[in-house]
Design a protein around this ligand. Structure first.
Ligand code: CA
Length: 707
């Protein structure tokens, strides 16, 4: 008896060892995530998209410092399957790094050497791209109790086994398949529930956030951010409350918008989940809500209870948003000295160009100042009411139907590229940029259709001549901005030649890391902004970098890969950037000796278009059709070519296959089929416009050569 017990004991010991090892993969839980807020705990891991629930993107690691960062060398690099947009913040748990590439593909890598442990392809239909606004990006996964969660571009939320990548469950988060819902954001897991929102406000949807049981995928609650069809009844008292801030019937027909496609944060002490809510659908306030009412919860931070999704408070950054001023930019929870007393706050630098500090418990307005370089839509924020003082003369384009150029434009003074906060310096590091947009209203809202944009404004025209384009490019610049959230002012900044640079990482080594649109990876002193280290890479950086440690070695990881709204639509600004599509994850350490891949650069190519035979009228019609159907991916004004093909360079065989391509021949590569949307005669007019633009480019390049 005694003998067998011992035998049983030894068998059990063996099994127990295996059982422990099995649960140790992807071992993130509430206790661990909450403890990691204190810097001594889990310093080497990056457990959630913003590292912890407060989303500060601050690494407590301090082996790499402002004194030795010049010795940073490549440890390893990983090449993605697709040379397409990479937006993911990797998650690192106990030596395993989880990241995503375009079309929601998930990768698990050995964090010490980049060896592929497994990958998962959710097999998104590539031709779906027209149903999203801003490329097939994915901002990363969540990891929780042995599972990896990914929000899939087509609206699925899936749970994978963290050890094998095998799919455990899959749910469809989309409430209406006839509307253009997509997911690009990273899920968060709070109190055992996976939290996910969606995108689509440019194409006519109603926003909502859903919580699913992390174990089973069963829906726990759903929080709608805007009211729906009144005939169907209000889902909650909160919907009844916010419906009083909307007018007419277009808002629910058009979807209303308010998508929560990016920002979430959680405070465990207050037990509040913070949701960043997006812009209106349509953009045009006059068409959407008769130009009346605040239109809650557009452009708001909303706090809810994570167990029930019950509303607690909201703060609206842009009442009656009419400019795509989302409040989906990342939300950071921190304790700041306010009036010399520590106060827990939430901070956000939304698109509208004002930096907000709010009380985390109540949503009470504390302060807001302009962080954007040029902000014209509002004169300031009223300190008593916390409401913007909107400059109607400068920004109201709907009342009289007169187009206006407003700063910032729809790309904002800051977009989703994450900012970071260092509790050491007390500064927030913002990937800021300057943008503008001409908002010219349409008189009538169209009916939302699958794969069709529906803004209620004209597609903005861009200058097609060199002088006008250069003027625009001079304006649309970026900077890394170190912002003091207590004094509400800039402390230092680093200028960049082009907008839409990567997210930032702050570390305890007095460092800030950021990649750029022009293909550089940079480290700066967190206190002074002094440039300390740089590497060049072939592609652009939009993602936020992270730091982690395995066995005492600290690493810095940069996801690199061009794509997203800016490079696709705004080639007019980025045309002179040297970067090319080349998607990789680069990981550095002190004394790293791995060899950087060969640097590839954009080369100037002379197009050889067919002769221009179409009439001026057909070219003009083609230009308008191009704007409505093609510009969002291939570039306004047909300035393109950074992330997707530059259509001014179509070869003779592509011209010959033009109709086939428009109607689906390259759908497997991501070119959506336009059957039912474009008649062949119309697509020929688009081709005529592209031939004209190719000749424009050829003439411009010839003139340069002649000089
Ligand atoms: Ca938007």
């Amino acid at each position: 008896m005694r003998y067998s017990l011992t035998l049983l004991g030894s068998i059990c010991a063996g099994l127990c060892f295996h059982a422990a090892a099995a649960t140790a993969i992807g071992n993130v839980n509430a206790k661990r995530l909450i403890a990691a807020e204190a810097s001594a705990n889990d310093a080497g891991n990056w457990l959630s998209t913003g590292r912890t629930y407060s989303e500060q993107r601050f690494s407590p690691l301090e082996k790499i410092t402002d004194k030795n960062v010049d010795q940073l060398g490549l440890a390893w690099q990983f090449k993605y399957d697709l040379d397409r947009v990479v937006q993911a913040t990797p998650i690192v748990v106990d030596g395993v790094l989880y990241t995503t590439g375009a079309y929601s593909m998930v990768y698990a890598l050995d964090a010490t050497n980049g060896k592929l442990l497994w990958k998962y392809d959710p097999k998104v239909y590539r031709g779906i791209q027209a149903s999203g606004c801003c490329d097939a990006g994915n901002r990363g996964v969540a990891v929780w109790e042995g599972k990896v969660y990914v929000g899939v571009y087509d609206g699925r939320l899936e749970a994978l086994d963290a050890r094998t990548g095998k799919k455990l469950w899959s749910v469809d988060t989309v409430i209406d398949p006839e509307r253009n819902y997509t997911i690009t954001g990273a899920p968060r897991v709070v109190r055992g529930k996976v939290i996910i929102g969606n995108g689509g406000a440019e194409l006519g949807v109603r926003g909502y956030v859903t919580a699913y049981d992390a174990k089973t995928g069963k829906q726990v609650w759903r929080f709608f951010t805007v009211p729906g069809d009144p005939a169907k009844g209000d889902e909650t008292d909160t919907i009844t409350m916010i419906r009083t801030t909307w007018f007419g019937d277009q808002y629910w027909i058009q979807g209303g918008g308010g998508t929560a496609w990016n920002a979430f944060a959680y405070d465990p002490e207050l037990d509040l989940l913070y949701i960043g809510v997006g812009n209106g659908s349509t953009w045009n306030y006059g068409l959407r809500s008769e130009g009346k009412g605040d239109n809650l919860f557009l452009s708001s931070i909303v706090a809810v209870k994570p167990d029930t999704g019950k509303y607690v408070w909201h703060y609206q950054t842009t009442p009656g948003d009419s400019w795509d001023y989302t409040a989906t930019q990342d939300i950071i929870v921190a304790t700041l000295p306010i009036d010399s007393k520590p106060r827990k706050v939430v901070m956000q630098a939304p698109k509208n160009g004002f930096f907000y500090v709010l009380d985390a418990a109540t949503g009470q307005f504390i302060s807001a100042e302009k962080f954007g370089s040029i902000v014209t839509w509002a004169k300031g924020i009223d300190k008593t009411t916390g409401r913007p003082i909107i400059d109607k003369e400068a920004a109201d384009y709907w009342t009289e139907g007169k187009g206006k150029t407003v700063f910032p434009g729809s790309q904002g003074a800051h977009n989703w590229h994450p900012m970071s906060f260092s509790p050491r310096t007390g500064l927030v590091y913002i990937p800021q940029h300057t943008t503008a947009e001409h908002y010219a209203p349409l008189r009538k809202a169209g009916k939302p259709q699958k794969g069709v944009w529906n803004l209620g404004i004209e597609v903005p025209a861009v200058p097609e001549d060199k002088a006008g384009r250069d003027e625009l490019a001079k304006l649309f610049t970026g900077k890394l901005q170190a912002w003091d959230p207590v004094q509400q002012k800039e402390i230092w900044s680093v200028p960049y030649p082009i907008m839409s640079n990567g997210g930032t990482l702050a570390t305890a080594g007095n460092l800030v890391f950021q990649g750029t649109s022009i293909g550089t990876l940079n480290a700066y002193a967190a206190d002074t902004g002094k440039a300390l280290w740089q590497r060049q890479v072939s592609s652009a950086v939009v993602a936020g970098p992270i730091s982690y440690a395995v066995k005492g070695e600290q690493y810095i990881a940069f996801n690199v890969g061009i794509g997203g709204a800016f490079p696709l639509a705004f080639g007019v600004v980025g045309e002179r950037s040297p970067v090319v599509p080349d998607s990789r994850l680069f990981v550095f350490k002190l004394g790293g000796t791995a060899v950087m891949p060969e640097l590839k650069r954009q080369t100037v190519r002379m197009p050889s278009p067919p002769p221009m035979t179409a009439s001026a009228a057909d070219v003009a019609t083609g230009s308008a059709l191009y704007g409505d159907n093609c510009a969002v991916c291939h570039g306004l004004g047909a300035y393109g070519g950074h992330a997707l093909p530059d259509l001014r360079h179509l070869t003779a065989d592509k011209h010959a296959q033009f109709q086939l391509i428009v109607y689906g021949a390259r759908a497997h590569l991501g070119m959506p089929p336009f059957g039912g949307r474009l008649e062949p005669a119309d697509s020929e007019k688009i081709r005529a416009y592209l031939i004209k633009r190719a000749h424009d480019l050829k003439n411009e390049l010839s003139a340069e050569v002649a000089k």
